[in-house]
Design a protein around this ligand. Structure first.
Ligand code: GLV
Length: 388
């Protein structure tokens, strides 16, 4: 295995090995990509407070997310088309997460199905759901999720219509890829990827193809979303889904204190402060900047998690010290997967864990539960003095 020192090493290798279309899909934000960029650069504005001469033995990053034990407060985020980044990608990522002791979240728009992941893992996993117009299909998905030992439903609230990602349009993104001349030329240079894809039968949206009716183009995320996702989603539908599911519920895509209060009122077990990795509302605030006001609003009523911009253990430390109970990595694990398969996801988790653990020690902390605002140097006005 090449020497991997940080997530960026995995990113570079991923860029070389994954087909352009899928690299671009993961690496895009919507429109100008301002929010996509802010998610990472805003983490960079916060500094860590170095402390010395503090006993740093016996450190622990272990904690819980929604009552489940985790080796560190980092879950794998739901990422659409993960099985196109590497053959059987969702199965491999779920196995890496299970071995490491962190939750894996399967996307509705995955290539491997709920059943595929359940069959190849033993730990329960989480399932991310989009609210769709076809309520029978959603009910069947929930039944399948229960049968697959899914232990939490992650309901995404910020993608009822798709934010435009220019590169997906230019590339004609689809799963499996359509064989246009530029795609064929690009795939010709990605022999590892191609060999894996030839060996697997999992090349379509596994949760959907053969399960949903009335889809005109089952290979296109864009047409799927436009046809199937329910633009009339409101809080009463969220409450109905909560009742129908009846298990642990995480609401994803909360970026505003008022929405956070609604989510807490509805009885969610956790919310994810998220702007969908900068892929939806371009111009929205970064997740880490939105976090403090949301914690002020609901931090004592519901677990607050965060995704968006996490590329290191130091970023995890910053989010947790700020008050997040858990974090999610999407791109950071996809880089590992596209670079080195399951071993790459494991490596991404190891890198982040070591960065978190060592940085905690250098901040003078031994237990993740003791992290707090006292560990951070947050620039004055970091949250922004916005006028609503
Ligand atoms: C789907 O969740 C996407 O952001 O493409």
């Amino acid at each position: 295995m090449p020497v991997i020192t940080c997530i960026e090493d995995l990113h570079r290798l991923y860029r070389r090995r994954a087909p352009r279309m899928f690299y671009d899909y993961a690496e895009s934000g919507s429109w100008t990509e301002q929010t996509f960029r802010d998610n990472t650069t805003d983490f960079g504005q916060i500094r860590l407070r170095q402390r010395v001469a503090v006993d740093m033995t016996n450190r622990s990053t272990r904690t819980t997310m929604i009552g489940q034990d985790v080796a560190m407060p980092v879950a794998l985020a739901p990422v659409g088309l993960t099985g196109m980044q590497h053959a059987d990608g969702e199965i491999l990522a779920a196995r890496a997460a299970e071995a490491f002791g962190v939750p894996f979240t399967l996307s509705t728009m995955s290539i491997c199905s709920l059943e595929d992941v359940a069959e190849h893992t033993t730990a329960p996993f989480w399932f991310q759901l989009y609210v769709m117009k076809d309520t029978d299909f959603v009910s069947r998905l929930l039944t399948r999720a229960r049968a697959a030992r899914v232990s939490a439903l992650v309901l995404t609230l910020d993608l009822q219509i798709l934010g435009q990602r220019h590169r997906d349009l230019r590339n004609g993104l689809s799963a499996p890829p359509k064989m246009t001349l530029p795609t064929v030329m690009n795939l010709a240079t990605k022999w590892r990827w191609g060999m894996g894809m030839l060996r697997t039968r999992r090349r379509f949206f596994g949760n959907i193809v053969g399960h949903a009716s009335g889809v005109t183009d089952a290979s296109s995320l864009m047409s799927w979303t436009a046809e199937q996702f329910d633009p009339q989603l409101d809080w009463s539908k969220v409450a109905r889904l909560r009742d129908e599911w009846g298990g642990k519920l995480i609401l994803k895509g909360i970026l505003d204190a008022e929405d956070a209060r609604m989510a807490a009122d509805i009885g969610a077990d956790a919310i994810i402060v998220s702007n969908h990795g900068g892929r939806q509302l371009d111009g929205a605030i970064s997740s880490i900047r939105a976090l403090p006001s949301i914690l002020d609003a609901v931090g004592d009523r519901v677990e607050v998690h965060l995704d968006g911009g996490i590329r290191s253990g130091q970023d995890v430390l910053k989010a947790v010290a700020m008050g997040a109970r858990g974090t999610y990595i999407g791109r950071a694990f996809v880089y590992g997967l596209g670079a080195l398969g399951q071993a790459g996801v494991t490596r991404a988790l190891e890198v982040i864990h070591k960065e978190l653990d060592v940085s905690m020690a250098l901040c003078g902390e031994r237990d993740i539960h003791n992290l707090g605002r006292h560990n951070l140097l947050v620039p004055r006005g970091f949250e922004g003095d916005w006028q609503v």
